[in-house]
Write a protein that binds this ligand. Structure first.
Ligand SMILES: *[C@@H]1O[C@H](CO)[C@@H](O)[C@H](O)[C@H]1NC(C)=O
Ligand SMILES: *[C@@H]1O[C@H](CO)[C@@H](O)[C@H](O)[C@H]1NC(C)=O
Ligand SMILES: *[C@@H]1O[C@H](CO)[C@@H](O)[C@H](O)[C@H]1NC(C)=O
Ligand SMILES: CC(=O)N[C@H]1CO[C@H](CO)[C@@H](O)[C@@H]1O
Length: 284
């Protein structure tokens, strides 16, 4: 993924976001999660407001049962509110229904924490839509299956900053738009932006597992994985997302990803699990 390393944007926008949220919340309900009873479970006083409205009982199956609009705002207070809307998040998630919906309640929360951590590093918490430095074209011209379209650049776009022509190419059939031919569409449509990231999150590639299957405990390292030091845990999700630049070497980025992950786990009241670092893992 194209890298962005930006500090948190503490800002008065947060206050405005809260106001906007109040205005829209009544109309949106639980998105596609019509009979979501989790909001009703809100206790009124809690030292951890981020988890106060989460219920271990999820009467419907979408990720919206877990990530309510209220939690979405708490996880991404600095997001670009005219682009990364809650509705577009739910819309995109409908096409990738395993995201945040499999495993125990704690497992699902940990997946949201991991997603939020990577999103924090990649886009400063859904603030950026496109990579800041757009000078590099991320065109791997050895990809015969997904050749770069003339004049197009495949720098990071969307929540996880999808990069490289081969990713845009492989994602195209699954996100419902030819983003290999027109990568700029990803920055124009928030649903497409979320879809491109959720596609990456939930889709294995050859011997590389999906981040989703690592986090739900489905991935079992092969002999080659074990020899490469890859073990189940958050560390290997860094390897999947950007191992070539961040794993098996000294790099500041994975340390930030881990810091963010710990923060989000704390916010969601869930343990981080083992093997957080990829410093001793070879890149995929
Ligand atoms: C935020 O979204 C709006 C609307 O899509 C866009 O015009 C603006 O450039 C975005 N801001 C950033 C920092 O990407
Ligand atoms: C592929 O890219 C490399 C490096 O940018 C360049 O030297 C080479 O000529 C390109 N090959 C083709 C077939 O375009
Ligand atoms: C956090 O999790 C622990 C252990 O699962 C539980 O005992 C505690 O009540 C939770 N706290 C909140 C605020 O949800
Ligand atoms: C290096 C390291 O911390 N490895 C741990 C990864 O997680 C497994 C399962 O909990 C542990 O047994 C390893 O010690």
């Amino acid at each position: 993924m194209g890298l962005l390393l930006q500090p948190f944007f503490g800002s008065i926008l947060v206050a405005i976001a809260a106001l906007l949220l109040l205005l829209v919340e009544t109309g949106t309900g639980g998105g596609w999660c019509e009979s979501d009873g989790s909001k009703a479970a809100s206790p009124s006083s809690s030292s951890r407001p981020a988890v106060a409205h989460l219920s271990p009982i999820t009467p419907c199956h979408g990720v919206g049962a877990l990530v309510t609009q209220e939690l979405y705002d708490e996880l991404y207070p600095n997001r670009n509110k005219s682009f990364y809307t809650y509705e577009s998040f739910l819309d995109a998630a409908r096409s990738f229904p395993t995201f945040g919906t499999q495993g125990s309640y704690k497992t699902r929360l940990r997946e949201i924490a991991a997603f939020s951590a990577h999103v924090q590093l990649e886009t400063s918490g859904l603030f950026y839509v496109e990579e800041i430095d757009q000078s590099f074209n991320y065109c791997d011209n050895t990809s015969i299956q997904y050749p770069c379209a003339p004049g197009q650049k495949y720098f990071g776009r969307g929540p996880l900053q999808l990069s490289w022509n081969y990713n845009y190419g492989a994602a195209s059939a699954k996100v419902g738009a030819n983003i290999l031919a027109k990568p700029y569409l990803v920055s124009q449509d928030p649903v497409l932006a979320f879809k491109s990231s959720l596609w990456f999150w939930t889709t294995p590639s050859g011997t590389i597992p999906s981040i989703h299957e690592v986090l739900i405990g489905k991935w079992k390292p092969s002999k080659a994985d074990r020899e490469a030091g890859r073990k189940p845990g958050f560390g290997v999700t860094i390897d999947i997302i950007n191992g070539g630049f961040e794993c098996g070497k000294a790099s500041p980025h994975p340390q930030y990803r881990i810091i963010y992950f710990k923060e989000f786990c704390k916010q969601l009241n869930v343990s981080t699990g083992p093997n957080l670092s990829c410093a001793n893992m070879q890149p995929f």
